[in-house]
Design a binder for this molecule. Structure first.
Ligand SMILES: [Zn+2]
Length: 153
């Protein structure tokens, strides 16, 4: 399995997982291997060429956790700006503004609903990976002022 770097492909929206079957387990296993190899902070299924709503997040305690059909229920009005990279867009770091705290809901690998609060880097990685499921890339979140600076550099 290779990391998908085709931006046209990556800008597509992923479809919800209807059944958590063998193919989902296999996909999550393969994605876990890739995160470990690449030392990634997270990975979304479209990044390995599969348009399904599955993401993996490596939390600050180093656990790699899969989320199936994840959604954000609440976002804090407090935001911060942190430089992010993406395995699909090598050698580019961009400043991305995101809410600091989020409340999320998802299915776990057993198909059970989980709801929890995330903050800081954990919340940021979750949001970055969820963006992938909606076809949004970090380069789409660059503030206009940074784009202008880049053009005139
Ligand atoms: Zn990414």
């Amino acid at each position: 399995m290779e990391i998908q770097k085709n931006l046209k492909f990556l800008r597509q929206k992923s479809k919800p997982v209807k059944e958590i079957d063998r193919s989902v387990y296999d996909l999550i296993d393969q994605m876990t291997d890739i995160i470990e190899q690449e030392l990634g902070a997270g990975l979304a299924a479209p990044q390995v060429g599969i348009l399904k709503r599955i993401i993996l997040v490596r939390f600050s305690n180093n656990d790699i956790v899969p989320f199936i059909n994840p959604v954000i229920l609440k976002r804090s009005s407090e935001k911060d700006i942190v430089e992010e990279g993406c395995l699909s867009i090598p050698d580019q770091l961009v400043n991305v503004k995101r809410p600091v705290y989020i409340r999320i809901r998802s299915l776990d690998i057993e198909g059970d609903i989980i709801e929890c609060d995330l903050e800081g880097l954990d919340a940021r990685i979750f949001q970055h990976e969820l963006d992938h499921l909606n076809g949004i890339l970090i380069i789409d979140r660059v503030p206009l002022i940074d784009k202008i600076k880049r053009i005139f550099k």
